[in-house]
Design a protein around this ligand. Structure first.
Ligand SMILES: [Zn+2]
Length: 287
């Protein structure tokens, strides 16, 4: 395997400067529950799901965080090269910026909901927010090897994830649910893409995504149907990582059990959506 520096040298891609410090601030890797580990940064969540057939990695943060993710994986006693499957909750650069590099480093396959395949493969240029002009490439494009649809399952070893299409934030935003056994108990784990609205996005006037207003509403309704124990998400702040994690505390599989927090987070996002929708209908500026 090539050194990180050699791999970095294989690409000429330069990502935009990161202005949010929490995106790239290191955070210790730790075990969440069973075979699920947090290997992300202070704010951008990445999850390693280990199996005896290799590992899955969900989300990468920005491109420059790849060495940090690798260090986290190795600090937990796993081999970075054993990552076999790459998945993501949506195709924005703060979650998939490192996919191309990690794919090169590990030879893993990239899986993505079919509606976010175009953005992954053009590095974010076809992001609906910049239609029709295009955004320009903001992360290194990555070729998708398997296109997921709602309800598809992804299996590796004894772990089987179900992909839930939860569009709105992007066309192909996806949540993953699966069951983890730990200490004789089953935990229903949800890595949920919270349905926030990026600044400047209009629900009633997005020519690049005409069905956005309906799709957001459908996603809230569907997320309320999900029964989970362990609540995880794309950003640390969305599932309360910094409140729930205790540095140096012994492993506790119940630490991230929070069905009520999940429900409340969905309701908060829905309220923001309804508030914005009302303002747009009244013709006020959205923010
Ligand atoms: Zn996003």
């Amino acid at each position: 395997m090539l050194s990180m520096a050699a791999v970095a040298a294989q690409t000429t891609f330069k990502e935009p400067p990161v202005t949010n410090e929490a995106w790239t601030k290191p955070f210790p890797g730790f075990r969440v529950v069973g075979n699920v580990y947090y290997v992300g940064t202070d704010d951008l969540a990445s999850y390693l799901i280990t199996t005896d057939q290799g590992h899955m990695l969900i989300n990468t943060g920005v491109g420059s965080s790849v060495p940090m993710i690798r260090a986290s994986v190795e600090s937990l006693g796993f081999r970075f090269g054993d990552i076999k499957l790459l998945l993501a909750t949506h195709g924005h650069w703060d979650h998939v910026g490192g996919m191309a590099a990690i794919k090169r480093l590990t030879g893993a396959r990239m899986l993505m909901h079919e509606a976010d395949v175009p953005v992954l493969e053009d590095g974010g240029n076809s992001d609906f927010r910049f239609f029709p002009k295009g955004r320009g490439t903001v992360y290194e494009p990555v070729k998708v090897d398997r296109r997921l649809k709602d309800g598809d399952t992804v299996r590796l070893g004894a772990t089987e994830l179900t992909a839930h299409h939860h569009p709105g934030h992007t066309r192909g935003a996806t949540s993953f649910t699966f069951t983890v056994r730990d200490g004789g108990r089953d935990y229903r784990v949800g890595i949920i893409n919270m349905n926030g609205i990026n600044e400047g996005v209009l629900l009633l006037k997005s020519p690049g995504y005409p069905r956005i207003v309906e799709e957001y509403a459908q996603t809230f309704a569907r997320q309320k149907q999900i029964a989970l124990d362990v609540f995880l998400s794309s950003h640390a702040g969305q599932f309360g990582l910094h409140d729930k994690y205790k540095a140096g505390a012994p492993y506790d599989p119940n630490r991230f059990v929070d069905p009520k927090g999940f429900r409340a987070a969905v309701e908060r996002a829905e309220k923001n959506y309804l508030d914005q929708l009302q303002k747009e209908r009244q013709g006020q500026p959205s923010r």
